[in-house]
Design a protein around this ligand. Structure first.
Ligand code: ZN
Length: 336
């Protein structure tokens, strides 16, 4: 208990001391250095995860995600900005989701992507497969907390929706964001854009998803996120992905050494003792059935081997008994 207290104190003092510390995905401030300056990054319940079958469990209580106020009128506006780590779109507080028992208010969305020569930059992976890119729509628990800052400090403070991106046909909804990248090429640049229906960025099926308790995937890595990652990816065109991978810079306009914003995804984290709940049966049930079948098979094989051993040992034992007890036993065995 004392050790836990001590580590909490250490974590908070390190975080206080590191206020304003710059971080990056590679180089001198790359993610290996994050835990030094942001204690949570080296802690438990970290994200992202690879969703592989032996940590998945079907949960029949998981309901489809409900979106409220996501169809934002064009009269309203969003701010699209380059924060040096990603492109971020501030959302409006009338956008909410419900994940029982709480309502969560939308705060912002941003993206993670790879590099034009290796276009694999999603954070979450499925069965070891990394997708070209991923959208995160960040919400905070507005039933319990007054603002996102307070919510980020709490274990049940945030709910992030993850949308995996695959290459396919042109996606006009994503163009609401991607067509403005040229206006925010450099860090700290931003632009106002007209409201649009943010639900159009989502896959059609809001009932099929992975669910687990994890963290922010960027410093300070607070373990305060209820993650929902949709099973089905959305499509954007190759040209749209290319624009995402090549337009932005982590550095500001006046930098003498401009750094392109690429591979802005965190490495996979250990799942530890966590399981990932899934809302869909297909695939998972089959896995469980196979595992049960395999278990029964193993029991049968072991039983057969034991029976076989017992049988093959019997004559030897009899011989042994016969040898030790000599004539008397020979008499007995002759009666069998
Ligand atoms: Zn993110």
């Amino acid at each position: 208990m004392y050790q836990l207290f001590l580590s909490l104190v250490t974590v908070s003092s390190v975080q206080a001391a590191s206020h304003g510390y710059s971080w990056a995905y590679s180089g001198a401030h790359g993610e290996k250095t994050w835990p030094t300056n942001y204690g949570f990054c080296g802690g438990v319940y970290q994200s992202p995860l690879d969703f592989h079958e032996n940590i998945l469990q079907y949960d029949s209580s998981l309901r489809p995600i409900k979106l409220f106020g996501y169809d934002v009128a064009t009269a309203e506006s969003f701010t699209v900005s380059n924060n040096g780590h990603s492109v971020s779109v501030t959302l409006v507080p009338t956008m909410k989701i419900e994940i029982e028992p709480f309502h969560y208010t939308a705060s912002q969305l941003h993206l993670h992507w790879g590099h034009k020569n290796n276009p694999k930059g999603s954070e979450h992976c499925i069965e070891g497969r990394r997708f070209p890119a991923e959208v995160h729509v960040v919400h905070y628990n507005s039933d319990k907390y007054t603002d996102i800052t307070k919510a980020t400090e709490a274990a049940d403070g945030l709910a992030v929706l993850g949308i995996l991106i695959e290459v396919g046909s042109f996606n006009p909804s994503f163009e609401n964001i991607l067509s403005h990248l040229n206006s925010i090429k450099y860090k700290d640049q931003s632009i106002q854009i007209a409201g649009f229906n943010v639900q159009e960025l989502f896959p059609k099926r809001l009932d099929e998803y992975f669910r687990y308790e994890g963290s922010l995937t960027t410093p300070p890595c607070n373990p305060s996120v209820l993650w929902t990652v949709f099973r089905n990816p959305v499509l954007i065109s190759e040209a749209q992905l290319f624009a995402l991978e090549t337009t932005l810079y982590c550095t500001d306009r006046n930098s003498s050494e401009p750094i392109q914003m690429t591979n802005n995804y965190r490495q996979l984290q250990a799942h530890g003792d966590r399981l990932v709940s899934v809302s869909f049966r297909e695939g998972v049930v089959l896995t469980v059935a196979l595992a049960c079948g395999l278990g029964v098979l193993v029991v049968l094989v072991v039983t057969c081997v034991l029976i076989h051993r017992k049988r093959s040992r019997k004559p030897a034992d009899n011989k042994n008994i016969a040898y030790v007890q000599a004539a008397g036993v020979e008499e007995n065995t002759s009666k069998v």
